[in-house]
Design a protein around this ligand. Structure first.
Ligand SMILES: [Fe+2]
Length: 372
């Protein structure tokens, strides 16, 4: 029996090398003025200079986004959007810039602070500024999801804010914007794309539309990730990974992620791993754990990666992870045997309930001990 399902994707998607040339026309569609949003690490790079030139020299820029965007960063951006009378925001960056802009485009038209909607749980209404999202990494899929992962350090809450009005208005995916990504970021974000595809596919809420995106995303990662890690200037491989990330986003936005993402949160919050690296850490272990419960669906997933079954898929993911230079043991990220109980407890985010095979605290402790 197929689960009952709903699929909604209001974001207009424009994909292709050089398609950032459409930016001025897109901004004009929303009657400008625009504000350009990016993160500190990108602000001085030629790709941002290129976008500023296309938007016109006077375009205001908010380049204050840092990794793990906070609710106060969202409030600061919302204030800049209001102060400039912006009718549209243009966000160029990785998941942090896109998520911060998604939340700020809503908060700018509503009352109060982002904190009220995030850690205090008030409901956003439907008002939001249009957002044009240009990913400069290939992994998060944030350009097509209604999710903004935000941190509230004062309350010690890092969690996804999820609302239908957080879908960007336009996803402008130009693979040329990803060429300057350093190898470690390419590796980490590439595994995030793979984790989205696999988790959307095996989520308890899996559905046929998202399955198609997931299987194609897996195929593309296996065809292009190692190529792009060997040569970051390989535009065909960059294009393949941008497509994989986009399809990975489409694959999980409705079914949502599962155990791999649930476990990634403490690895990011406590052990400071980049998000994709934190996902990669447990991905092959959960492929082994879930494989026996997935039957023919598991074999179809493995075949998309060019593997015979889930065991071989887990072996391949483990090999690729090691060759990409990502950590493969808990020891490498600073976890000791004494830390496992606390780590298990911190890993039970609600996404754990989406996992196809029930994860008990004892089973997770066993997985973590095997990873020491
Ligand atoms: Fe992710």
């Amino acid at each position: 029996m197929i689960n009952a399902w709903r699929y909604r994707q209001p974001t207009e998607i424009i994909f292709g090398r050089g398609e950032r040339a459409q930016l001025p026309d897109l901004v004009a569609r929303f009657d400008g003025p625009a504000v350009l949003v990016t993160d500190r690490a990108l602000a001085d790079l030629p790709i941002i200079a290129d976008l500023r030139e296309r938007l016109g020299e006077g375009v205001p820029i908010f380049a204050e986004v840092e990794p793990n965007p906070t609710v106060s960063m969202v409030d600061a951006l919302a204030e800049v959007l209001r102060a400039n009378g912006a009718t549209v925001a243009v966000a160029a960056g990785g998941g942090s810039s896109l998520d911060c802009a998604k939340a700020a485009c809503s908060v700018a038209l509503q009352d109060g602070s982002a904190r009220g909607y995030h850690s205090e749980g008030a409901a956003l209404d439907a008002r939001h500024l249009p957002l044009i999202a240009l990913p400069t990494t290939a992994g998060t899929g944030s350009e097509v999801t209604p999710i903004a992962v935000l941190d509230d350090p004062e309350k010690g809450v890092k969690a996804p804010l999820v609302h239908d009005n957080l879908f960007p208005t336009v996803a402008l995916v130009d693979p040329e914007l990803t060429v300057s990504m350093p190898r470690p970021v390419t590796a980490s974000t590439g595994f995030d794309a793979l984790a989205h595809a696999i988790e959307g596919y095996w989520s308890r809420n899996h559905q046929p539309m998202c399955d198609l995106f997931a299987l194609e995303a897996v195929r593309l990662v296996f065809r292009h990730l190692e190529r792009v890690l060997a040569d970051g200037a390989d535009l065909e491989a960059r294009e393949g990974m941008s497509m994989a990330a986009l399809l990975g986003g489409l694959a999980f936005q409705a079914p949502k992620n599962a155990a791999v993402h649930a476990c990634s949160f403490p690895f990011s919050a406590t052990y400071h791993l980049p998000h994709g690296t934190a996902c990669a850490l447990t991905l092959d272990h959960f492929i082994r754990f879930n494989g026996p419960d997935l039957g023919e669906r598991g074999r179809a997933l493995a075949r998309a990666a060019g593997c015979a079954d889930m065991v071989q898929l887990a072996d391949e993911v483990a090999r690729m992870k090691a060759e990409a230079g990502l950590p493969t043991t808990l020891g490498e990220v600073g976890v000791t045997a004494e830390d496992i109980d606390a780590l298990v407890e911190a890993s039970f985010h609600p996404l754990m309930d989406n996992n196809p095979r029930e994860v008990t605290p004892a089973a997770l402790a066993g997985i973590y001990r095997n990873m020491l």
